[in-house]
Design a protein around this ligand. Sequence first.
Ligand code: IPM
Ligand code: MN
Length: 362
Amino acid sequence: MEGGNAHRAHRVTLIEGDGIGPELVAGALTVLEAVQARTGVRIDFERHEGGAGLYRREGRNLSEQSLQAVRESDALLKGPTGLPDVRRPDGTEAGSLGGVLRTGLDVYANVRPVKLLPGVESALKLRPGEVDYVIVRENTEGLYLSRGKGVGNEEAMADTLMVTRKGTERVVRFAFDLARKRSGAPGDGVRRVTCVDKSNVLASYAFFRRVFDEVGEEYPDVEKQHLYGDAAAQALVMRPRTFDVLVMENFLGDVLSDLGGGTVGGIGLCPSANVGDAHAYFEPIHGSAPDIAGQDRANPISQVLTLEMMLHYLGEEEAGEVVGRAVWRALETGALRVAANGQPEGGTRRAAQAVADAVAEA
Ligand code: IPM
Ligand code: MN
């Protein structure tokens, strides 16, 4: 082992989730086994149930004990949760754990890398690595603070978009600190943070921009840029190489991260980290795709790259890098091929095995 130190075993909670969740998590664990053999990294998992399946049986999507287990562990690895037909009385999806976990753990930065990998067909006709930016989505307030709190009646409904100084300062700082650790936008190598808002229309977004500008003064070495959310949607398609880190309110980040995924082969390849000062959890950015669940068709790459993000968070830099390189290599050599619809040729299990096999040479 490196430095003669045996690896400390990390304690990680595991929630497989709904729909394709269990297949994806199994795929990630196949890769992790190979990484453990190569690097000595040790993870002790404790399985808990959460999501729409549990809600249907028990009327809650996560138990208090499970939330406590997450709080006491080093991290949570989860598959996608939620099913479109399992809904709360107010019509929203009951299986989504966003409310209980994002707010409950105060994980305020939703970190969503958008990266073009080799062998993946992109609508943009760019080379691998030419798209490589991170969307930092504010995760505890914005429009989604209204989750479960919409007010109205059969004639009208309203949700409130709340932006606070504290909430904005911390997520903006997170974005600038992340930019300092990266090597800039692929197009010009410039470290750049783009603030995305609709400050031309709403006071809450104008406030977000003001706080961004204030915090930005602490980072003279990082370039600052502003974009309206609608213009950002166009720019992410037309000039993705110019982006490095983008920071934005919750709802804008939800929408634009799926748009970004659509430019790099689909959200089936997109991981995320939900990070706060005390806790973190890791999940793909997409849903549980019940239409293809249990058919060995889902792409496990999102979940495998989610594992990579978790390993880095746990301080297992080598293991994290090995996972990233193994995915790259499996795609580059054609051992793992992604079809135009985003699904892996040969199925979920075979795709995960291809990455696991690539670990040895990565
Ligand atoms: C995401 C998801 C969730 C969200 C859903 C499942 C509630 O789309 O993580 O982006 O909107 O936050
Ligand atoms: Mn989403």
